[in-house]
Structures are given as C-alpha cells and as structure tokens.
Design a protein around this ligand. Structure first.
Ligand SMILES: Cc1cc2nc3c(=O)[nH]c(=O)nc-3n(C[C@H](O)[C@H](O)[C@H](O)COP(=O)(O)OP(=O)(O)OC[C@H]3O[C@@H](n4cnc5c(N)ncnc54)[C@H](O)[C@@H]3O)c2cc1C
Length: 680
C-alpha cells in the first residue's frame, strides 16, 4: 500500500501516454497518484502506429496513421520535442515540399489529373489544371486569408452556396480541387463541406508574414505550389509516444498493462470509486478499483465501456445523452476478424451521437493502387478517384476514393521505391472495391477516425463537459463520477489535439499546470482554444473561482462589522469620525449591523450554493449598493471640505471601490462563461 490515490488511464495512444508523462513529471502529482495504464496493443502508440517493414532488403519505419506534423499547427508538440529529454529520442525531419496530386476517371478521353507542383500542371495528362482552375484556387486561398475578418465561422458549403462573382468556375473547382484536398485533410473519402469552417482552413492555407527566425514557413497547404513547413517523426510517430512513456517511467514507476482490453468501467454510487474490468490476451479477466479513471479511447469504445449493469444509474441519467451508443460495423467491430471481444450486453445504434468514421490502412507494394493515368510517382501522396466513377461529385463518387502515400517520396529514400501506404475513409470490400493485392500487403489496420479539425462534431464535443467528472471548474448538471474523457475526439484528431487534450485534462482533473509553459504564443493560443472546447468558458470560470476567495473575505469583514455595529456601535462609528454619536443615531448603527447580518448571509448562501447564476444576481444587486455607497462617500467628502478623513473611512472607501471592481470582473467573466457554454 502506497497510500497514494489511484488513477487508471485507459488507452495507450498519444493522449493516454501524454497524460502519463504530464502526471509523472509533476512532483506533487507523482507523490499523490499511483498510475495504471491499460492498453490493448502489444506496444504503446494507438493511432501513432509505426510498423517496421522489410522491403528491398532494408527495414523502413512506416507510419500507418500519423504522416506529418507541423510546428505552426502543432506548437505544443513542437515545444515538447525541444526539451532535452525528447530531443535525442524523437528526432524530426523537415519536410518542405508536400506535393499532392489528384487523379479522376477520364472525361471524354482526357486524362483528368492535377498536382500542386509544376510537373503536374501542364501536358495532356493534366487536362484539369487550366488557368481558370489555378485562378480559382488562388482566389480561394486569398479568401481564406481574408476570412479572419468576419468569416472564420462560415462553413464552406454556405460560402459556395452563393460565392462572390470572382468564383466563376467554382462548381468544377470545388469538385476536382477542393473536395479531394478536404478529403485528405478531414478523413479520407469525405470532404465534409458543411462541417468545415474557414477557421479550420485559415492556419493551413494562409501565408503568414512570420519572422524567418521562427522557422515556421507557410502556407502549409496550397493548390498551386507544394506545401511547406511540415515535419515527420524521423523514427515514426510511435517513437514520440514511446519516448513519453520512457521519460515518465524514469521519473516514477507506473503500471502499464499491454495487450489488455478494458471491458467495463463503472462508478460506485456510494463511494464514487471507479472500477475497471479488463481481459488480457489469454482472456483472463481482472478487476481493480481506482479513485479516478481517464478514458482516452474513442467515443464509440467509451460507449461500450460505460454500458454495464453496475453503471446503469449513470448510463441512463448521463452517458446515454452525451456519449451515446457507438456504431458497429456491419455487426462486427473489426472487418479483419480481429474481434474486439466486447461483452454481449453492449448496444450499438444506427445514429450514434459521435459521428466518427471507419477507415482502413494498408502498407503494401502494389503500384496498381495509383491511377493508371498517373504513374509518374513524383508526388508525396495521390488522391485517387480513378477507380470511383460516379456522378455524385463531378464524374466520380468521393465516398469511394482513397489516398496513397508514395513512401520513397515520404521518406525521401529511393530504396523505399515500390512501397506504399493506402488510406480509406471506409472499410473497403475486396469484392467490390479496389484494394491492394493481398499478396503484396505487409500490414493492414482498420481505424475509427475522429476527424481532423476542431469544428467537426462540435455538437457533442460542446456538450461533453457535462459528462466529465467534476474538476477544477464545474458545470451545472455534472455528476461526481470520477470518470473523465480525454483524447483526439474531444478536441481535434491530430497529435497536437491528443497532447493538448492531455494537458487540459491534467489541469482540470489533477490540478497539474502545463509543463510546456512557454513564451510561444501559438502554443498558448492552441491550448487555450482547445481547452475551451473541452471545458467551455474554462478561463472565465477559473477567474471566477479565484475571485471567490475575495468574496469569502468580504463575508468575514462584514461579519466583523456586523458584530461591532450590533454590540459596540460607538466603537464602530469611532473608526469613521471623531464626533461623539449618542441616542437614536447610535441605535441606527446597531440596526445597520442587524441588516449587515442579512446581507452577509445572502452572500454566504449564494457562495456556498455553488450556483453562479444565483451569485450573479446577488453581485449585480451588491454592485448597485457599492456604487451608491461610493457616491455617498463622495457626497460626504465634497460637502465637508477641510474635514480630515479618518484611517477607517479611507480604508472603507478603498475596500468598497476594490470590491466593486472585483465584482465587475467576476460578472464579466460570468457573462463570458455563459456565452461560451451557450455557443458550445
Ligand atoms: C489514418 C490516420 C492518419 C492520421 N494522420 C495524421 C497526421 O498526419 N498527423 C497528425 O497529427 N495526426 C494524424 N492522425 C491522427 C492521430 O493519429 C491521432 O489524433 C492521435 O494519434 C490520437 O491519439 P489518441 O491517444 O487520442 O487516440 P488513439 O491513438 O486512438 O489511442 C487510443 C488507444 O486506446 C486503445 N484502446 C481502444 N480500446 C481499448 C480498450 N478497450 N482497452 C484498452 N485500450 C484500448 C487503442 O488501441 C489506442 O491505442 C491520423 C490518424 C489516422 C487514423
């Protein structure tokens, strides 16, 4: 027995392991918490999965999920990787020429392709890349830049419903240029025009005039030139996750269960302890009780974990609304037959609250996955609609497309010639869909995707705080479950999203400050933004919470004044004037003391109720009182020129003015928090 509190982190992807590291690196948290991490794979990593492939006599570390990061979009990851303990363990390689290409079914015999680099912009193969299309692309990028002034919240479908007149060929351009690009960004096979807002694209497509010393070249994405400012994990994304685990274990020994599949999580209604049940690879079942559990698994898995008899009281009243049921893929979780062994009682639904996507990735050596019309292999990745003829999006069907990363260009290594990674935003059916030749497949993995940008799933994301266990700020309707949710679904599906959700959770549930505290304003901005997605109005609520101490001090001061007024009114008035007060005026001071008791009780009850709406009404009334009091002080001073002011009187003016200011800050923060919660 260590005497420490116990926390169970479920899921050993970037989020779970980042949380492990954040808790381990903080001295107080280290002393306070005993950490267990339960992970269902043999190695940590999750979607940051790097697979060693032997090809052409050499072993390559191929990322089957994460391909690229960028200091501009991933400033917190960037800051972390600068720390000495990570610098040597997690090298990154700059990738300053992200060349993308798109291939479509032929149109009237013409080869329909384009690329964002000169070799793929002229010649008969590239019939799509006309001057008009390039102009459209440039106009769009300019508009994205200008969207800062009032359009950041506008969705792309709204914009293209009635685009400005300079978008003359927008229908063709949207189908053949924008949608493929968005499909690559958002989740393969889905452009999600109605969910993508300009605010999502702004940091990606805008050319920022940043100082060269910042080494943040932009734009990251373009239709007319290769993207710049990208990086890769030289040894694969898993190297980052594993480095976090190693550093954490060096600081304090945590228990990490590999190959263990969490089956159920429930909170005891009386003790509020959380029990986690899991199975190891040989189906042996275990159960342990914790003070806190953090689920970093995706929302469909969370749904499965939380649906159980012992958790029924919470499922019915809380989780069914905010987590909801997951979507099972045609009755099976895993199309490759690797069944996730979920208990039978877990239910699924046709319309889950969380709109995740299924996906599939193959590492292979089958070059026929590229379009036969675009075999040059000069691009980093090829969006391929050639095998998806249809009439939904121009002359193709976006939902049946896929993207292939050409590894010799991704790795910048000619030895990787003939090695590919193909990603689908659905689970392909080998009987109907184009898939790599099974004999040429090195590795395959089905995924559920969370969707890349924060705007996606903003509905359920904006409500999730209500299902979070109580933390450093609180929300009405929350239940003290001691179960928390972090991970890419809660913010944005990226390595930065994973890290930031862990940082936000560490502060919310464990009171651990951001260890990456930095002068990098981008890092601060992203953490601030994502944290407010997870916990709407977080900053405003923290300010309100900090100010509460001052109001308790006010109650104490009022109590002191009330006692003095009631029992020793003469002593009280002596603080304000050297005149002697007797008779009825003295009695009135006593009555003032009685009233003060009522006032301080109102404030105390409002403070103790933890209901900010009630407190807001009280403070509004008190603020009016403060103003009247300050006016009467001013009136007294002006109508008694030359009368010296006593120390007690001056102190009283300062206190009332100070409290008025604090009340105004509290009320403004409250307004901000309510606005953010409503917007969520
Ligand atoms: C195909 C693909 C391409 C991507 N490309 C990029 C990219 O280029 N750049 C980028 O930044 N991001 C990219 N991402 C996103 C990025 O990989 C994720 O956002 C990030 O890795 C998510 O980390 P996480 O810890 O939140 O979730 P995960 O990595 O999903 O971790 C959750 C973990 O929980 C485990 N788990 C699930 N159920 C259980 C259970 N019952 N018991 C125990 N463990 C369980 C899972 O195995 C997994 O390891 C990509 C993702 C995919 C799928």
């Amino acid at each position: 027995m260590t005497g420490k509190k116990k926390v169970c982190i479920i899921g050993g992807g970037a989020t779970g392991v980042a949380l492990l590291w954040i808790l381990a690196q903080d001295k107080k948290a280290r002393e306070e918490w005993d950490i267990t991490l339960i992970h269902n794979q043999p190695q940590l990593g999750g979607h940051s999965l790097t697979y060693g492939v032997k090809h052409n006599g050499k072993t390559f570390d191929i990322d089957i999920g994460v391909q690229f990061i960028a200091p501009m979009l991933y400033p917190n990851v960037h800051e972390m990787l600068k720390r000495p303990e990570f610098k040597s363990r997690v090298p990154v390689t700059d990738y300053n020429e992200l060349r993308i290409a798109s291939a479509f079914p032929r149109e009237n015999g013409k080869q329909m392709n384009w690329g964002n680099f000169p070799e793929y912009q002229q010649g008969e193969k590239f019939a799509l890349y006309t001057e008009a299309m390039a102009k459209e692309g440039t106009a769009f990028l300019k508009f994205v830049g200008r969207s800062l002034f009032g359009h950041l919240g506008q969705s792309l479908s709204d914009f293209f419903h009635a685009p400005p007149p300079d978008f003359k060929h927008h229908k063709r351009w949207v189908n053949y240029f924008l949608k493929p690009y968005l499909s690559i960004i958002n989740g393969y096979g889905a452009a999600l025009m109605h969910e993508t807002i300009f605010g999502d694209l702004f940091p990606l497509f805008t050319k920022f005039p940043l100082p060269a010393s910042w080494k943040l070249p932009t734009p990251l994405g373009s239709f007319t030139q290769p993207g710049v400012g990208w990086q890769r994990f030289t040894k694969g994304a898993r190297s980052w996750v594993q480095a976090m685990a190693h550093v954490a274990q060096e600081l304090t020994a945590s228990t990490i269960h590999h190959n263990c599949f969490a089956q159920a999580v429930w909170t005891d209604p009386k003790t509020r302890q959380v029990t986690v049940q899991w199975e190891d690879a040989s189906n042996k079942r275990y159960e342990a009780t914790f003070d806190t559990a953090v689920l970093t698994t995706d929302m469909w898995m969370n749904s499965a974990l939380l649906q159980n008899e012992k958790n029924q009281w919470l499922w019915d009243s809380l989780y069914a609304e905010y987590i909801g049921y997951g979507l099972k893929y045609e009755g099976k979780y895993s199309p490759t037959g690797k069944d996730w062994k979920l208990p039978k009682y877990v239910k699924f639904s046709d319309k889950p609250i969380w709109d995740l996507m299924w996906g599939m990735c193959y590492i292979h050596s089958d070059s026929s996955m590229l379009s036969p019309d675009l075999m040059d292999q000069k691009e980093t990745l090829q969006f391929n609609a050639y095998y998806a003829p249809g009439d939904t999006d121009g002359n193709y069907d976006l939902s049946k497309t896929f993207t292939t990363y050409i590894q010799k260009n991704v790795l910048n290594d000619p030895h990787a010639d003939g090695l590919y990674l193909t990603m689908y935003g659905y689970i392909p059916d080998p009987k109907k869909d184009t898939v790599p030749d099974p004999k040429k497949v090195y590795f395959e993995e089905p995924w559920t995707h969370g969707k890349w940008t924060p705007a996606f799933m903003s509905g359920p994301k904006g409500q999730l705080h209500k299902a979070q266990g109580v933390g450093s700020v609180s929300y009405s309707g929350q239940v003290d479950t001691n179960v928390y949710f972090a991970g890419n679904n809660t913010v944005a599906d990226s390595e930065e999203g994973a890290l930031v959700s862990a940082l936000a959770m560490a502060e919310y549930a464990f009171n651990v400050k951001n260890p990456l505290a930095t002068s990098n304003p981008l890092a601060w901005f992203i953490l601030h933004t994502y944290r407010n997605v997870m916990f709407p109005g977080y900053t405003a609520k923290r300010i309100m919470k900090l100010l509460r101490g001052i109001f308790y001090a006010e109650v104490a001061l009022d109590a002191y004044a009330a006692i003095l007024d009631t029992f020793w009114p003469a002593r009280y008035i002596a603080q304000y004037t050297s005149q002697t007060v007797t008779g009825m005026p003295l009695e009135m001071i006593r009555w003032f003391g009685d009233n003060l008791v009522a006032i301080l009780l109102i404030e105390l009850i409002a403070l103790l109720s933890k209901r900010d709406d009630v407190l807001a009404w009280v403070f509004r009334a008190f603020l009016v009182g403060d103003v009247i009091q300050l006016i009467s002080y001013a009136h007294y001073i002006l109508s008694n020129p030359g009368v010296p002011l006593t120390g007690g009187f001056i102190f009283s003016i300062v206190v009332v003015a100070f409290l008025a200011v604090v009340r105004i800050i509290w009320l403004l923060s409250y307004r901000n928090a309510v606005k953010k919660e409503k917007a969520a």
